[in-house]
Write a protein that binds this ligand. Structure first.
Ligand code: MG
Length: 254
């Protein structure tokens, strides 16, 4: 039964209100863009989360094993060419006659670094990650099972040359050292804050080349202290020997 004329007014009003509301709703929807994660993406996030958790658990196990044997492991991180291998070789040379020293050498493909360190007649385990861009606690655990920990005092672990990925993967070391060299330019510290925030010592290497490179060691040091004011920084040159006494003492103090 049709409405009486006296009811038309409110009915039209209601229809107009309804149309206006629908238009506003369409306008709002036009402002919103929606992206939808594929099941694979969600799976990746979950996998990464559990991967980091699993790594952290294995790192604790490595640390417990090292502690039981009184071994101090030092994770040496830094970019390719920063001088990690040379620094470790110099430290090993200074320490090996007084203390039991071993080295794990992470290398994606070659054994050049492991060969160099082994020439110091200390035990070396080369950890070939193939295409992996960082060491992880599982690989270090495997290397530990290949190493006689009795009579060891220090274990240097040379990580893969990379200033990003290793930060996420603790290995069970007691301290993490970042080696950055002046030949990498003036911005290496500020470009990789995460790496430095997780470190206990920063070595600024190749200072004999600072002037030629036009890179200021004090500016790099300031960059470190802007990130973490109490982080120890030691400038070194493995060529001239500058700073190596301090780094050696710092390693024994860990
Ligand atoms: Mg190396």
């Amino acid at each position: 039964m049709p409405d009486s004329p006296k009811n038309e007014g409110p009915r039209n009003q209601n229809r107009e209100i309804g149309l206006a509301s629908e238009a506003r709703s369409k306008e709002r929807k036009a402002m919103i863009q929606t992206i939808e994660a594929s099941p694979d993406e969600i799976y990746d996030i979950e996998l990464e989360h559990s991967l980091l958790e699993a790594n952290a658990k294995l790192a604790k196990e490595n640390r417990a094993l090292l502690d039981r044997h009184g071994v101090t492991a030092i994770d040496v991180m830094g970019a390719i060419g920063s001088g990690k291998t040379t620094l470790i070789t110099r430290l090993v040379g200074r320490l090996k006659d007084q203390y039991g020293v071993a080295v794990f050498n992470g290398d994606a493909t070659t054994s050049n670094d492991a060969d160099l360190i082994a020439s110091q007649s200390v035990p070396v385990v080369q950890i070939a990650t193939v295409n992996g861009c960082h060491l992880d606690a599982n690989l270090v655990g495997k290397a530990l099972r290949k190493t006689s920990l009795d009579n060891l005092r220090l274990l240097f672990i040379e990580n893969i040359g990379n200033l990003i990925c290793p930060a996420e993967f603790p290995l069970g070391s007691k301290a993490r050292v970042v080696v950055v060299s002046v030949t990498e330019g003036p911005y290496m510290v500020r470009k990789h804050p995460h790496m430095f925030l997780g470190a206990q010592l920063v070595v600024i290497n190749k200072i004999d080349l600072a002037e030629a490179m036009g890179v200021s060691v004090s500016d790099l040091t300031q960059d470190v202290h802007r990130l973490k004011p109490d982080l120890a920084v030691i400038p070194t040159s493995c060529k001239t020997g500058a700073g190596l006494d301090e780094v050696t003492a710092a390693m024994l103090a860990v």
